[in-house]
Write a protein that binds this ligand. Structure first.
Ligand code: TRP
Length: 341
């Protein structure tokens, strides 16, 4: 058995991953994958499209796997796990539901915000939409995901912190009441907890259409950066405030030459720099970051069998550890009813 501590983290398969995912979480996954025994979960049970558009979920599973391979998550040493192919998650989630007070879900800020967004009427309608039970309880499923491999570390985006707190609480209650089965996992948030969108909105997200995707071509990135919001209008050589210009936030996040960025900021605030110059720099920096991803992606897209193998092998390893944990859980809860007589 491996001595390394374990990572469990995951993503809902809803489509292409973007720079916000990368700087907020994925970068940590890549950095830590060899220090830990890592399980990367594609959480298809937790997609609200499940009932509406299963085809979209199905496609997105492959999209996510390709993005992971592209950024360099090594499927030989880490496990890519498809959640619903490890149905033990559903079983553990049911059992763990007994350790989580409803009040903790009711005041979970991430869940509350997502449910409010989900209930928003469609354009031109008055009717609030309903939230499926499975969506309301997805954080419990997420607790099961994390506890399943008895993970120690959960590298995630900032919005996931309330869910990790639920997980810690569940582990504490279970261990205290029954047997010490689960480590209390720590959360780890990425270098850039929240990346602004290309439109200047506080958060990059697919639903707002303000993303730069990891699989975008160099041409697309050039176009998106050109169209990017760059702070309040300003003459090309008028000074501006760097912190009001999202282009600088991106340079802060992605330009490895920090001294150069500092110098550009200073010049921007005193003499002024045309936005075009900043945007050209950003385009260069982003394409340098994304080029190796594009190359790896192209390799796997031409060999989808390798992607399937990554999913197949990872899911198999995920299932093996799930069986081991379920055995410990059933033993701790003394669920062996038939052994009575
Ligand atoms: N809820 C997470 C998100 O929306 C995805 C997720 C599912 C997850 N299961 C997980 C993240 C377990 C970390 C650990 O991004």
């Amino acid at each position: 058995m491996s001595e390394r501590k374990r990572i469990l983290t995951g993503i809902r398969p809803t489509g292409a991953l973007h720079l916000g995912h990368y700087a907020g979480a994925l970068e940590n996954w890549v950095r830590l994958q060899h220090e830990y025994e890592a399980y990367f979960l594609i959480a298809d049970y937790q997609v609200s499209d499940y009932a509406d558009d299963i085809q979209r979920v199905r496609d997105a599973v492959w999209e996510v796997a390709l993005d992971w391979l592209a950024v360099g998550l090594d499927p030989e040493t880490s496990s890519y796990v498809i959640e619903s192919l490890v149905p033990e998650h559903a079983e553990l989630s049911t059992l763990l539901g007994w350790f989580l007070p409803v009040s903790m879900l009711e005041r979970n800020p991430t869940l509350k915000a997502e449910m409010a967004a989900m209930e928003e009427p469609e354009d031109g309608s008055q009717e609030r939409k309903s939230v499926p039970v499975a969506f309301y309880t997805y954080p419990v499923m997420q607790v099961a995901n994390i506890l399943m491999p008895r993970a120690h570390l959960v590298p995630v985006g900032e919005d996931q912190l309330p869910h990790i707190e639920l997980t810690r609480e569940t582990a504490r209650r279970f261990n205290r009441r029954f047997k010490d089965v689960f480590p209390e996992p720590e959360a780890l948030v990425g270098r850039v907890p929240r990346l602004v969108g290309t439109d200047g909105n506080a958060k990059m997200s697919k639903s707002r259409g303000n993303t730069i995707d990891l699989k975008d071509s160099a041409e697309t990135v050039t176009k998106k950066v050109k169209a990017m919001y760059a702070g309040p209008p300003r003459g090309a050589t008028e000074p501006g405030k760097a912190e009001e210009n999202p282009v600088f936030l991106y340079l802060d996040a992605f330009d490895p030459e920090t001294a150069l960025v500092a110098q550009m900021k200073e010049e921007y605030e005193t003499a002024g720099i045309p936005n075009k110059v900043l945007k050209d720099r950003l385009t260069l920096v982003l394409n340098e970051l994304l080029d190796p991803f594009r190359e790896r992606r192209a390799h796997y897209e031409a060999n989808m069998k390798l992607v399937r193998e990554a999913l197949e092998h990872g899911t198999k390893r995920g299932r093996a550890i799930a069986r081991e944990t379920m055995e410990m859980v059933r033993d701790a809860l003394d669920l062996n009813y038939l052994e009575k007589y």
